[in-house]
Design a protein around this ligand. Structure first.
Ligand SMILES: Cc1cc2nc3c(=O)[nH]c(=O)nc-3n(C[C@H](O)[C@H](O)[C@H](O)COP(=O)(O)OP(=O)(O)OC[C@H]3O[C@@H](n4cnc5c(N)ncnc54)[C@H](O)[C@@H]3O)c2cc1C
Length: 470
């Protein structure tokens, strides 16, 4: 057993996983959870790892991004995924759980661990310099601590509301329709543009206005009111027939040479498409594309249906749908290393949704990495980062390293990101068939993790066990 104790703040998915990894490696843990003394606006119980909305961890199959992430977590003895497997309910191809049994089992396992001390109070103070601490207080971090985090990180490095546009896979757009250009040909052609005729536009607008909205919780409605500057696209559409055309869908100054005499290049003001939807690269290669100005509160199924009406996006596949909700998250690329340590303070870690990952398994992945590294630090060893070929590694790289890979740093504000194959490095050889490509990603992750696990086990002075479950 190690002398040093690690404090984990927040017993959600990330904090529970971190505490488990620490305790299992022989490190004493103080796990601080404010519920039930104080609850968040979304939690209803006092159990650990409460799933506040859906009971699904996403696709189960490892040739899908969510499934691969789950597989990798299993390989590292994740408490969250092992417990989810134990209390799984039938859900087609997804891993869904009996939420009550899942959280009760987590609470029981952690409460019974001899190296974990549970403390039920709201952490009000910022963690002291002396202790190793993991902040895992999630998207609904309590106000007092949020302000302290904001003071520590700086005013622009902590966000409280997430209004994000959908992100789509670059290889699912119709290249025959979509064209590359920057407005007035300024600089490199940085945008991909989807031109719309008048009829397309009118129909699209009608569907947007009629589209079914996601229910905002009361606390989110309050936050959303402060967000006039970042209106949902359907609200812009509602304000007038042409409001979108004078806003995010304006077509002026955008030109595709292949139009020839269909439009008049010299006199673009008069003859040009009725509207243009712009897509901006999220990564250098353009594997992920952001729909510019399309933050939305439409239901996800409606986003898929309506946004596929845009010419060129008929077969678009979505990495992440647009959202507008309360979400406390850090501008992680400015603050965190891929080890999840703060650049400013090596014994302070962040994990879970507060770091800008999205989804239950992604939160567990952050907890797993922060737990492993806090344990290494407590033992006086060097911290590690996961290989970028793995889904865990590419997610952590994305949140900690994003400025380096951004094509357009000024315009791309950091936004939370779920697991996606768009984040993993390209393969050495191009595989066109998507299923085969995903399978190759899976194989490559397995190999990289076997090497990584050997290194990790030698750090922990354990016998190496191969990653066997793929
Ligand atoms: C309304 C809502 C719906 C969501 N729906 C989904 C969904 O359907 N699917 C999905 O994948 N993700 C969803 N999410 C995101 C989801 O919250 C994360 O995926 C996941 O729960 C994040 O895990 P976490 O451990 O980072 O945070 P959480 O699970 O929220 O855990 C944080 C914990 O910290 C505690 N805490 C906060 N402040 C303090 C403090 N000062 N002192 C002590 N304890 C504190 C909280 O009580 C909580 O237990 C939703 C989020 C919200 C807000």
């Amino acid at each position: 057993m190690v002398d040093k104790e690690v404090r984990v703040i927040g017993a959600g998915l990330a904090g529970s996983e971190a505490a488990w990894q620490l305790a299992n490696s022989g490190v004493r843990v103080k796990l601080v959870e404010m519920r039930p003394l104080k609850s968040t606006p979304a939690h209803h119980t006092c159990e650990f790892g409460e799933l506040v909305c859906s009971n699904s961890f996403g696709a189960l199959s490892p040739d899908r991004a969510a499934g691969l992430l789950q597989q990798e977590l299993r390989a590292f003895n994740s408490l969250i995924i092992n417990t989810a497997d134990k209390f799984a309910v039938p859900a087609g191809g997804a891993l869904a759980v009996d939420r009550s049994k899942f959280s009760c089992a987590l609470t029981e396992t952690l409460s019974n661990h001899p190296l974990i001390e549970i403390k039920r109070f709201e952490q009000l103070d910022f963690p002291s310099k002396e202790n190793i601490t993991i902040i895992a207080t999630g998207p609904l971090t309590s106000d007092e601590l949020s302000y302290k985090i904001k003071d520590f990180t700086g005013i622009n490095a902590c966000h409280f509301f997430d209004a994000a546009s959908p992100i789509i896979y670059g290889d699912t757009i119709n290249q025959e329709i979509v064209f590359k250009a920057s407005r007035y040909d300024k600089g490199d052609p940085a945008y991909l543009n989807c031109p719309m005729g008048k009829n397309d536009y009118i129909q699209f607008r009608n569907e947007l206005i009629e589209g079914e909205q996601a229910n905002l919780k009361d606390f989110e409605k309050e936050s959303a009111n402060f967000f006039e500057a970042c209106l949902p696209i359907e609200e812009i559409a509602r304000r007038g027939v042409d409001t979108m055309r004078f806003g995010p869908l304006k077509s002026i100054g955008l030109w595709d040479p292949k139009w020839g005499d269909l439009y008049d290049k010299e006199n673009r003001l008069k003859k040009r498409p009725h509207a243009i939807v712009q897509l901006r690269k999220e990564d250098l290669e353009g594997k992920l594309l952001n729909m510019v100005g399309f933050q939305t509160n439409l239901k996800w199924s409606e986003q898929k249906r309506i946004f596929r009406m845009i010419p060129g996006l008929e077969n678009a596949e979505f990495v992440r749908f647009g959202v507008m909700h309360r979400n406390t998250f850090l501008e992680s690329p400015k603050l965190l290393l891929p080890t999840l340590q703060f650049m400013k303070r090596e014994n302070l870690f962040a994990a879970g949704q507060i770091t800008g990952t999205e989804g239950y398994a992604a939160a567990a992945a952050g907890g797993l990495l922060a737990g492993i590294n806090a344990s290494l630090l407590a033992k006086g060893k060097k911290t590690v980062s996961f290989p970028s070929e793995s889904m865990i590694g590419s997610l952590m790289n994305f949140i900690s390293n994003r400025n380096k890979i951004m094509s357009n740093q000024k315009k791309n504000k950091f936004q939370p990101m779920p697991a996606s194959f768009g984040l993993v490095p390209e393969l050495n050889k191009r595989i066109k068939d998507k299923r085969l490509r995903y399978k190759a990603y899976q194989e490559r992750s397995k190999e990289a993790l076997n090497v990584f696990k050997r290194k990790l086990d030698s750090c922990f002075e354990k016998d190496h066990i191969l990653v066997e479950i793929y």
